[in-house]
Structure formats: structure tokens, C-alpha cells
Design a protein around this ligand. Structure first.
Ligand SMILES: O=P(O)(O)OC[C@H]1O[C@H](OP(=O)(O)OP(=O)(O)O)[C@H](O)[C@@H]1O
Ligand SMILES: Nc1ncnc2[nH]cnc12
Length: 176
């Protein structure tokens, strides 16, 4: 039987805090078949769609977003953690499953009217993605597709933080 992407994920209970089921992507990306499956399947999500640019968040979003952009023949924009981008930025602060954080994007990275494919490894609350959506929209871009490798369905981000957007995940885990 051929390998499935799910088989490449390792789950670590109680990391980094008690009660968190940590879905570890390191075993996807260290496996050539797993990494290729993930990138190819993310690209398939926008087959036939008109997109201008791929956006990914630091740091695990970079790992999938950059090869997806390359494979699609598009550019890649980084949403970075605070204080890392050298030019004029826009920023958003948001809550995480465990803590809070601020992401920044270069103000000139999205031009008005650009159609954005937002890529990340995982969605839990959707707070990270919602922060990026806010920045993209403030810059005049339109998020036309959001693709995740994994979703923690218990948070119901699709119907809460990301309601109204076109969201797809390659793997869905019930619960948090
Ligand atoms: O849906 P949310 O509740 O916002 O959580 C999901 C986000 O959390 C993780 O990133 P993290 O901020 O831990 O950064 P990392 O990629 O640098 O580990 C993950 O890569 C997502 O970006
Ligand atoms: N449960 C989880 N596993 C891996 N990364 C995460 N980011 C937020 N929640 C996570």
C-alpha cells in the first residue's frame, strides 16, 4: 500500500505544555515522499485558480509556502515575527494556542488587487492566519485561498476565525 501523508506526522502529547497534542511536521519534511506529497497537494488546491502570490508565516509556514510558490511559478512573501524585517512594515498581534505573538509584513510586499494564496503547516485557533489576512487586506490584497497541511478541527477555525474564506487542509485531526 502506498504511503499516506498522515503516516508522516508524529504526535507528541503534552508538548510544549500539558494538554497540547503537538503535531510534528519534522517527520513530513525529512521524508522525501512526505515532503513532496505535502507540497504537491498544496499546489493542487489552487489548480485552475488565478493567484498572484503565496504568503507564509514564520517559521513553519515558510517550509511549505516557499516550495509551493516555486512550483506554481509565483513569488513568496514572508510574514515574519516582530523585528526581523528591515523595511517599512505593517503588523498584527494575535493569540496562539499557547501564548501570543506579533507578525509583520513589508508594506510593499502586497500591491492592491493582488490575489493571495496563504499557506501554513497547521491551523489551530486560526489566530495566526487571521492576523495575516488582516495585514494582506489592509495592504489591498485579496486572500483567495488558504491551504494548511493540518487542521485541528476542534477549534473550528473554518467556521470561526476564518469564516467566509476558502480554507482547505490536507489532514484533519478531530479535537484540539
Ligand atoms: O491557528 P493558530 O492557533 O494561530 O496556530 C497555528 C500556528 O502556530 C504555529 O506556529 P508558531 O507560532 O508556533 O510558530 P513556529 O512555526 O515558528 O513554530 C503553526 O505553525 C501555525 O502558524
Ligand atoms: N497542536 C499543535 N501542534 C503543532 N503545532 C501547533 N501550533 C499550534 N498548535 C499546534
Amino acid at each position: 500500500m502506498s504511503k499516506k501523508l498522515e503516516d508522516c506526522v508524529t504526535t507528541i502529547p503534552d508538548f510544549p505544555k500539558p494538554g497540547i497534542m503537538f503535531r510534528d511536521i519534522t517527520t513530513i519534511i525529512s521524508d522525501p515522499e512526505g515532503f513532496k506529497m505535502a507540497v504537491d497537494q498544496l499546489c493542487d488546491m489552487v489548480k485552475g485558480m488565478d493567484i498572484d502570490i503565496v504568503v507564509g508565516s514564520e517559521s513553519r509556514g515558510f517550509i511549505f509556502g516557499a516550495p509551493v510558490a516555486y512550483a506554481l511559478g509565483k513569488g513568496f512573501v514572508m510574514a515574519r515575527k516582530k523585528g526581523k524585517l528591515p523595511r517599512e512594515t505593517i503588523s498584527e498581534t494575535y493569540d496562539l494556542e499557547y501564548g501570543s505573538a506579533t507578525l509583520e509584513m513589508h508594506k510593499d510586499s502586497i500591491r492592491p488587487g493582488m490575489k493571495v494564496f496563504l499557506v501554513d503547516d497547521l491551523v489551530a485557533t486560526g489566530g495566526t492566519t487571521a492576523a495575516i489576512i488582516k495585514m494582506v487586506e489592509k495592504l489591498g490584497g485579496k486572500v483567495v485561498k488558504i491551504g494548511f497541511v493540518m487542521e485541528l478541527a476542534g477549534f473550528d477555525a473554518k467556521n470561526k476565525a476564518l469564516k467566509g474564506y476558502d480554507v482547505e487542509s490536507l489532514i484533519s485531526y478531530p479535537g484540539n
